[in-house]
Design a protein around this ligand. Structure first.
Ligand code: NAP
Length: 452
């Protein structure tokens, strides 16, 4: 029987497991994760107020409960944990679905001032990621700047603008809920370096900003007018960008109101420095840009400072190298041929990639389905050769003998019960456990370390 390890239990990992069991009736799949909880960015990235997208967890759950799939949590593959080479000894094939684990940097002065965070750090905090720092984030802030105009920027902008009535029904950890509920942030500036027709957010997400209670979205018509595709409605634009432009046009025509909170969408401003005020970030200096006629922008030598005691840099994710695997530093991905890892341009038998570590941090959750399928087709084409290698006994027994105790499905279910109990005790629905100790205590209380 073909035995496959999938490293990472986010959407790409789970869709890989799903394709494997659907396309091969004999395969056994173990889905490993560094965390004791499954679902990757669906649990720790999708915004807590996006309940419909969050409910995708139910589909992913069905896969992880399949009789030929096992979830093995709390296993770090790589330095300090299970060496990648050992993993390859225990399985015929390994599919790395580890995503893009870090954030891109701006590379400008002041980027690391207190009060300046990557959007992913902020997202991790309100999503209860056990490695998240608890800075309070908003405690000192009246004005926030979000750099970037992708969907993550829209998520963090929306969460900053939401009130207690909308946040408390979510599964956000109590500390984040208390901090956001007490927030005095009135202005959130979401700033793009290029024009409105080049923004990366999707129209559904953009429109949602306009529906937030007690919040006005403002756009400067003069700034929009710098974009030739905005001025000329007949300009050839992909449908998604055209819809974005139309939403922005509507907001530009809305007279200002005296709303308690304002989201200010800004364009053609490139960040050049974060300015300090009393040892923390106090403002962001931007250079005004203009279209260069080729889809990019050039600087104009004119500058504008926007006050901000909180800066969230939302300029995209980035893959990190994996121990023992080749890595293309320019794209932050593992070189591959239809999902087969390439070492110096040659296919490495038994090693595969899917998801963001394969194609870079783009696309929505569903994009991972065809991506995973392509990888699985490659793997199954290789299966005849792969299964010739004899494997040791059950990998979980081998791991135990080596001192690695995975959190299995019963452990994860115990975490879910603990989160429901915590929510009930706080008069809320489910509330996520936000630290390693609580997660592992809950998992262990279930005796989850036993092989099921
Ligand atoms: P993204 O879509 O790649 O957007 C990154 C933004 O950062 C762009 O506006 C980019 O501008 C800007 N940027 C990059 N470098 C910059 C710099 N040095 N200075 C100023 N701005 C800079 O990344 P993301 O928002 O992190 O999203 C990642 C993926 O997750 C996307 O595919 C997204 O759709 C997906 N996602 C989806 C949802 C959802 O469906 N609800 C939610 C969250 C994330 P340029 O275009 O000029 O480079």
């Amino acid at each position: 029987m073909l035995r496959v390890a999938v490293v990472g239990s986010g959407p790409s990992g789970v869709y890989t497991a799903q394709s494997l069991v659907q396309m091969d009736s004999g395969v056994l799949v173990d889905v490993l994760d560094r965390l004791p909880c499954p679902y990757g960015l669906v649990r720790y990235g999708v915004a807590p107020d996006h309940e419909k997208i969050k409910s995708l967890q139910n589909n992913l759950r069905t896969v992880l409960e399949h009789e030929r799939v096992r979830f093995l949590g709390d296993i770090q593959v790589g330095p300090g944990g299970l060496p990648g080479a050992r993993l390859r000894e225990l399985y015929h094939a390994v599919v790395y679905c580890v995503g893009a684990a870090t954030d891109r940097h701006l590379g400008i002065p002041g980027e690391d001032l207190p009060g300046s965070w990557s959007a992913t750090q902020f997202v991790s905090w309100y999503s209860a990621h056990p490695d998240a720092a608890d800075d309070g984030f908003v405690s000192e802030a009246r004005s926030a700047v979000v750099i970037g105009v992708g969907n993550v920027a829209v998520d963090v902008t929306r969460i900053l603008a939401r009130g207690p009535a909308e946040l408390s029904p979510t599964d956000m950890p109590q500390a984040a809920l208390s901090a956001l509920t007490a927030s005095r942030v009135r202005d959130v500036h979401m700033v793009g370096r290029r024009g409105p027709s080049q923004a990366r957010f999707t129209t559904k997400e953009l429109r949602e900003l306009g529906g937030l209670p007690s919040t006005q979205v403002t756009v400067d018509p003069a700034e929009l007018a710098l974009d030739p595709a905005y001025v000329d409605p007949s300009a050839a634009l992909p449908a998604a960008q055209r819809r974005n432009v139309e939403v922005l046009r509507g907001w530009a025509q809305t007279p200002p109101q005296d709303a308690p909170r304002r989201i200010r969408l800004r364009f053609f401003l490139r960040p050049v420095e974060l300015l300090a005020d009393a040892g923390r970030v106090g403002a962001v200096r931007f250079e005004r840009t203009e279209p260069d006629g080729q889809g990019g922008v050039r600087g104009t030598g004119r500058y504008e400072d926007i006050e901000a005691q909180l800066v969230l840099r939302s300029v995209g994710y980035r893959g990190v190298p994996l121990e023992g695997l080749p890595f293309d530093a320019a794209s932050g991905t593992v070189p591959h041929l239809a999902g087969r890892v390439l070492r110096a341009g040659v296919v490495a038998p038994g090693e595969y990639v899917a998801g963001w570590i394969k194609r870079g941090p783009t696309g929505v959750i569903g994009t991972n389905r065809p991506c995973a399928k392509e990888t699985v087709m490659s793997l199954l084409e290789d299966a005849d050769v792969l299964v010739r290698r004899d494997l040791p006994e059950d990998p979980v027994e081998m791991l135990r003998a080596e001192g690695i105790e995975p959190v299995q499905w019963a452990g994860w279910q115990a975490i879910e019960r603990a989160e429901a109990a915590l929510g009930a005790s706080l008069g809320r629905s489910v509330v996520k456990l936000a630290d390693w100790e609580s997660l592992l205590a809950a998992a262990r209380a279930a005796g989850s370390q036993q092989v099921s």
